[in-house]
Write a protein that binds this ligand. Structure first.
Ligand SMILES: Cc1cc2nc3c(=O)[nH]c(=O)nc-3n(C[C@H](O)[C@H](O)[C@H](O)COP(=O)(O)OP(=O)(O)OC[C@H]3O[C@@H](n4cnc5c(N)ncnc54)[C@H](O)[C@@H]3O)c2cc1C
Length: 386
């Protein structure tokens, strides 16, 4: 069915703006105490102690029901907290997946026992999840997953291999997408299921992979005859594809799709403001970056409000991710050129440090969470163009 794009303007309510002052004060105090150094791509920086502090302050699981450790706040309140954390370059990687998607996924599809067991410690910043979707031959084509679970007494026996699993070596559990019945070429999305696997289970092995920046953030995770009890099946057996697609809508349009290198832009502007009056070309190039950022933020806020209202704006979310991550690829490159034309050091100082981090991480921006080529295909299909 052909759709049109719909981005209604969404101003932030006073409750969300009031919260901004609180989170800024918290972050300023953490900086004063030296608890973190701002980083580019800080949603990939893992610091369990920092996550626990956020949990204690009530800033994890913010939208979840109180009985599962949440605060029953709105998605726009959560949005403000997330954008302030990202702008500050705070290390939010430990709890990122559980707060953003595993918790909401358990709310939709989990059993009461799963929610009671996992969500309160997630909201306290004490329980972290990894996402076990991609495999060596199943990335863009996720339906090609070959990890399989066979029925055994009381549960499932899991065999296979996942790759690119962010922080699987620091996580307590992984949500594994696997095949529970043989592949059917007429319906490739059928026969997939989601299992919750505890990372200390016998039969599980984690192998680290070092990324371009020299950090072990990714992993390969191997399962060999790993037993998963029936109580750890998420939702319905065979419904895994529908469940995963629902998860991805939340993953695509948040502020992490355009704020990962915000610190670079902020430091660039601060350096320009401290120097001689910039020429027109510098002002135009810097202004273009700022106006793109402002437009992306409005689009992303609009999607957040529609998700909050119970709509499923998958097309708009995909567009925010495509445009936002293209901006993330552009920003470090433009900042480097503007710095060069204005004698701002790219070797020393805070700007140089954040720029270095951004240049090393930016190539992954258009890959993680589904590549831009795949998203553009989905957008074109949704608009009736293919
Ligand atoms: C920083 C980072 C963190 C990640 N974390 C996780 C994680 O925690 N858990 C997890 O499961 N995965 C994770 N991933 C994996 C990510 O989801 C995959 O990298 C992504 O889906 C692409 O899959 P692939 O790497 O197999 O590339 P491929 O699918 O092999 O694609 C290679 C290239 O071919 C293009 N291509 C493929 N098919 C088509 C097509 N039909 N039309 C046009 N172009 C096409 C792609 O766009 C891409 O440019 C992470 C990736 C990154 C970079």
């Amino acid at each position: 069915m052909t759709q049109t794009l719909n981005f209604p303007h969404q101003p932030l309510p006073d409750s969300a703006e009031n919260l901004r002052a609180d989170i800024r004060a918290f972050l300023a105090e953490e900086r004063r105490q030296g608890s973190f150094q701002p980083a580019s791509d800080s949603w990939l920086a893992c610091d369990p102690e920092f996550s626990r502090k956020l949990g204690a302050a009530g800033w994890l699981g913010m939208t979840w029901p109180r009985k599962y450790g949440g605060a029953e706040r709105s998605a726009l309140d959560r949005y403000v907290v997330t954008e302030e954390l990202l702008c500050a370059g705070a290390p939010v990687g430990a709890h990122w997946a559980s707060d953003r998607q595993t918790g909401p996924m358990l709310l939709r599809f989990g059993t009461e026992e799963q929610r009671q067991t996992f969500m309160p410690p997630m909201a306290r910043g004490e329980c972290y999840f990894a996402l076990g979707m991609s495999e060596p031959d199943a990335g863009s084509d996720l339906a090609a997953v070959r990890t399989r679970a066979e029925r055994v007494d009381g549960g499932w026996r899991l065999n296979g291999r996942k790759i690119w699993s962010s922080y699987a070596h620091r996580a307590h559990c992984m949500v594994v997408l696997c095949r529970t019945s043989p592949r059917d070429d007429n319906d490739r999305h059928a026969g997939l299921s989601q299992l919750l696997v505890e990372m200390d289970s016998p039969g599980l092995q984690v192998r680290g992979i070092t990324n371009l920046a020299g950090v072990q953030h990714f992993n390969e995770v191997l399962f060999e005859d790993l037993f998963v009890p029936d109580s750890r099946v998420v939702g319905e057996i065979g419904n895994g594809w529908q469940q995963v697609v629902g998860e991805l809508a939340y993953e695509r349009s948040g502020p992490e799709r355009f704020l990962s290198y915000y610190g670079v832009l902020a430091e660039l502007v601060a350096n320009l403001a401290a120097g001689p009056t910039p020429d027109k070309a510098t002002l135009a190039a810097t202004g273009a970056l700022i106006s793109q950022l402002a437009s992306l933020r409005q689009m992303s806020l609009s999607v957040a409000a529609r998700l909050e209202a119970g709509e499923m704006p998958a097309l708009e979310a995909a567009l925010v991710k495509d445009l936002g991550t293209r901006f993330e690829r552009l920003l470090p490159e433009q900042a480097r050129l503007i710095a060069g034309a204005n004698e701002i050091s790219t070797h020393q100082g805070e700007f140089a440090r954040l720029l270095r981090g951004a240049i090393l991480h930016a190539p992954s921006a258009t890959l993680r969470g589904g590549t831009n080529e795949i998203l553009r295909g989905a957008i074109a299909r949704g608009l009736g163009l293919r």
